[in-house]
Write a protein that binds this ligand. Structure first.
Ligand code: ADP
Length: 450
């Protein structure tokens, strides 16, 4: 096992990794930018190292500074968390070339799965169904038109390097296709320095269901069942749960098997997620792999009892998985809500600032993953998530009740948060019945104004 790990991230996931290191008896250091200087969670690490100014490109994304920080504190491994450099194979490679283990998948697997178009090719090779569309990138408008016509409108133009819902545009007909291509390319170029796009059929009101994977360096890969992340706003997840309501057991089994097949095909190890869309006839289609730990991983931890971050660290240290597929049992229902510092009354604009009141929920069945406390200043520079509230109960009905109770207890002042929206969601009959799809929020709960 490693003696010391450096966490190359911030906020709740940095704290989550610090906790896992403590539980394993491993020393832990954490980096921070000047915007996060003095944040209370930093005190929970053994050491904290400043890696630069608030702008992420000069701190949390600056590879040489992160590697220098690891060398300075004598860490043998870096945990990248999610976001930032977590899916950057160049970072993984440079860590390993510097003799520092990157706690994540092998570089070759990251390269194979890092771009959505390449990942789809891997899926096809593993006989995993994919959304119909262009095979690979579209390079000319004529190509695009041909593919779109073959798949049938509406289609989705997607950035190969995309993430976080960026670089995606729907085209309802041929007239809308070229503008969609131009916009998606420009957005992808600006966000990812890679303007490559491809086309997919835009599925009608699909559900988003993903499979959690865990593999070791000895060829073992297991799945830890699914999470349903259909409740989204602008293609960004708001609520995640397991099991997926109304998903037939046979479909779930086939999906989980498909995810394991795909991971093996790519020579994958560490934690990862295989994302699928499910249509109204319960057909599933692979969309992408997230080659990292995900925001919603606690849902799976609660229903399986497996600590995914600890396992990720063990696997990175070369240990074999300590369980086989048979040992992984799914128990009860877990639901997570993402609480962001955003103002729902003003189109969810970011609401940074100082938290004056922070009264977190507690009691049976409640887990809160958050780096925030009263007096904490939410910096304007990064992702606006301030907490993940997760509940676990024997049944979904009980989980809904506990979540309602927890959301009622949760009091935050000084900043706006998405807590009021979650209270509304958990009182909405379609959600209570587990009958939502990825367009539900915009269609039913918060139709766009105008
Ligand atoms: P990102 O990496 O930006 O999160 P994804 O490929 O994971 O993008 O897709 C995010 C969300 O966009 C999905 O959960 C789904 O809501 C929607 N989406 C993606 N592909 C399609 C598709 N072909 N048809 C309909 N919706 C889609």
């Amino acid at each position: 096992m490693f003696q010391k790990i450096l966490v190359a991230n911030r906020g709740e996931i940095a704290l989550r990794v610090i906790r896992a290191c403590r539980d394993l008896g491993v020393e832990v250091a954490v980096v921070y930018s000047e915007a996060d200087r003095g944040a209370p969670y930093l005190e929970l690490a053994d050491q904290a190292v400043c890696v630069g100014p608030p702008v992420a490109a000069e701190s949390y994304l600056k590879i040489p500074r992160l590697i220098a920080a690891a060398e300075k504190v004598g860490a043998q491994a870096i945990h990248p968390g999610y976001g930032f450099l977590s899916e950057n194979s160049r970072f993984a490679e440079q860590c390993r070339e510097s003799g520092i283990e990157f706690i994540g998948p092998p570089v070759a697997a990251m390269d194979k799965l890092g771009n959505k178009d390449k990942a789809k090719a891997v899926a096809k090779a593993a006989k995993v169904p994919t959304v119909p569309g262009s095979d690979g990138l579209v390079t000319s408008d004529d190509d695009a038109k041909r593919f779109a016509k073959a798949a049938g409108y509406p289609v989705l133009v997607k950035a190969a390097a995309g993430g976080g819902g960026r670089g995606m545009r729907v085209a309802r007909d041929e007239a809308a296709l070229v503008p969609a291509l131009t916009q998606a390319r420009a957005e992808a170029e600006a966000a990812f320095k890679d303007g490559g796009v491809f086309i997919e059929k835009y599925l009608d009101r699909p559900r988003h269901v993903e499979v959690q994977l865990l593999g070791d360096r000895h060829g073992n890969v297991v799945h830890l069942f699914e999470r349903d992340c259909s409740l989204q706003r602008r293609h960004q997840k708001l609520v995640e749960e397991s099991p997926s309501p109304h998903l037939p057991a046979k479909v779930r089994d086939r999906m989980c098997d498909a995810a394991v097949r795909l991971a093996k095909q790519a020579g994958y190890y560490s934690a990862g997620t295989c994302e699928f869309l499910v249509d109204r006839d319960d057909n599933f289609y692979f969309i992408e792999v997230n080659a990292r730990i995900q925001v919603e991983h606690p849902v799976t931890e609660l229903v399986t009892g497996v600590d995914l971050i600890r396992e990720q660290i063990r696997v990175a240290a070369g240990e074999k998985l300590r369980f086989s597929q048979r040992d992984i049992v799914h128990r009860g229902c877990a639901i997570e809500v993402r609480i962001n510092a955003e103002d729902p009354a003003h189109d969810f604009r970011p609401s940074p600032g100082t938290v004056t009141v922070w009264r977190p929920p507690g009691g049976p069945g409640v887990r809160l993953d958050s780096h925030v406390c009263a007096g904490y200043r939410v910096p304007p520079n990064y992702d606006s998530m301030v907490a993940k509230l997760i509940v676990h109960q024997p049944t979904r009905a009980e989980a809904l009740a506990v979540m309602r109770r927890a959301l009622r207890e949760f009091k935050v002042e000084g900043i706006h948060t998405t807590i009021p929206i979650h209270r509304r969601i958990f009182d909405t009959p379609a959600f209570v019945d587990g009958k939502v799809d990825t367009t539900f929020i915009e269609r039913e709960l918060m139709p766009p104004k105008g």
